[in-house]
Design a binder for this molecule. Structure first.
Ligand code: CUA
Length: 403
């Protein structure tokens, strides 16, 4: 007894739904990862290639579809006798082999040219090493004459800060599995592979933030592995560099932040480095993430509050209003706003607190003991630390001073 037959999803309806979906997806207003809006020389080269190829492919699609449809309707079986069978039509066959070959050659020439232009390294003005791991990106600036001169290496994560209008060469690798670095408005994707160094050119035309994300499936939190490129004009970039190398400032005695320093040393400094931090005996506190974490690294938190994201750029370190202020800043005002860093009023304490309280619950990481066999007991990402709410308060107060 069938009361009603559910409507079947016919091919036609499915095609309509998919088409509508694609159409609606194209309407996104706030799309920071849009390859069709290049904001740098390299992305523009890809864009300039993408449009003509898309147009050629579109014309071919229309012609082939029309020919197929015409044949389908014109030669439909209406009971007519089977046509005389021949071996074929040599002229047509040769023509239809040569024509696509010519089209492919026509597409290949500019494609190869673009690929060569995109892999050029001779005009590099600045180097940044980028290392992927589960599930965040580390950026380090080796000592160099480039980037306006760097004498002491700088280490940061989540946000790669670069000078505007400068050819930056990303030298990328990975500490665990294959990741892929992609800032759609600045360049295409580049896989970051353990044991190899792959290069990627980055150049941004204007000051601002350019969003990206890991585009190679790399484990449970692949979708939570994001990154941003922050472009600053030359003077602001110098300010940023100087700040990244500024000496450690211990919290004032008797404050919650001072208690936080002790909690940090006891609970966090096993993995997280804070440069300049010293223990009660005045010995430098050195992180040893290689003993605890599968990728053998954890983000350096020395200047955490100069970045406005955390945990693999998955969450903002700033609340929504402050985030809008940075993201919607004009190129002229952007540098000054970004360099303010995270103030107490802007701190996104909700997410930061949840993260410190139980990181694996917030971002899936295979942290269960039963899943750690293949990693020699080391965690992927930050483990659950069982801190008390008081300890979390202290750590947050301490971190808030890491400017
Ligand atoms: Cu890293 Cu996906």
């Amino acid at each position: 007894m069938v009361a009603s037959v559910p409507r079947r999803l016919t091919t036609g309806r499915a095609a309509l739904l998919v088409g509508l979906g694609v159409l609606v997806a194209g309407c996104a207003k706030n799309a920071p990862q849009d390859t069709f809006q290049p904001e740098g020389e390299n992305a523009r080269k890809i864009h300039d290639l993408q449009w003509p190829v898309f147009a050629i492919a579109g014309i071919v699609l229309v012609i082939v579809s029309a020919a197929v449809l015409w044949c389908v309707f014109r030669y439909r079986d209406r009971g007519q006798p089977i046509p005389k069978q021949t071996h074929g039509r040599p002229a047509l066959e040769i023509g239809l082999t040569i024509l696509p070959a010519l089209i492919l050659i026509g597409v290949a020439i500019p494609t190869v040219g673009t690929l060569m232009a995109l892999s050029k390294t001779s005009d590099t003005e600045c180097f940044v090493n980028v290392t992927g791991q589960q599930w965040w990106w580390e950026m380090d600036y080796p000592a160099q004459d480039g980037c306006g001169g760097i004498e002491t290496p700088i280490v940061t994560s989540g946000q790669m800060v670069v000078p505007v209008g400068t050819n930056v060469l990303v030298r990328g690798t990975s500490r665990d599995v294959i990741h892929s670095f992609w800032i759609p408005r600045l360049n295409g994707k580049r896989d970051m592979v353990p044991g190899r160094v792959q290069t990627l050119r980055i150049e941004a035309d204007r000051p601002g933030i350019f969003a990206g994300q890991c585009t190679e499936f790399c484990g449970l939190s692949h979708a939570n592995m994001r990154m941003e490129v922050v472009a600053l004009d030359a003077a602001d970039f110098e300010t940023w560099k100087a700040n990244q190398l500024a000496a450690y400032e211990a919290p004032e005695e008797g404050t919650v932040a001072a208690e936080g320093e002790q909690t940090f040393i006891a609970q966090c400094s096993r993995c997280h480095q804070v440069d300049g931090l010293e223990d009660a005996d005045g010995a430098p506190v050195i992180a040893r993430p290689e003993l605890y974490v599968y990728s053998e690294a954890a983000p350096n938190l020395t200047h955490l509050m100069t970045r406005n994201t955390f945990a693999g750029a998955t969450w903002d370190l700033v609340v929504e209003g402050c985030r809008d202020r940075v993201w919607q800043a004009t190129p002229e005002e952007f540098g000054a706003i970004y360099l303010e860093g995270v103030t107490a009023d802007c701190l996104n304490e909700v997410d930061l607190r949840e993260w410190i309280r139980n990181a694996p619950e917030k971002k899936p990481m295979y942290a269960e003991a039963t899943e750690l066999g293949p990693t020699d007991g080391k965690t992927r990402g930050m483990p659950y630390l069982a801190l008390s709410e008081d300890q979390i308060d202290q750590v947050i107060a301490y971190l808030l001073e890491r400017h």
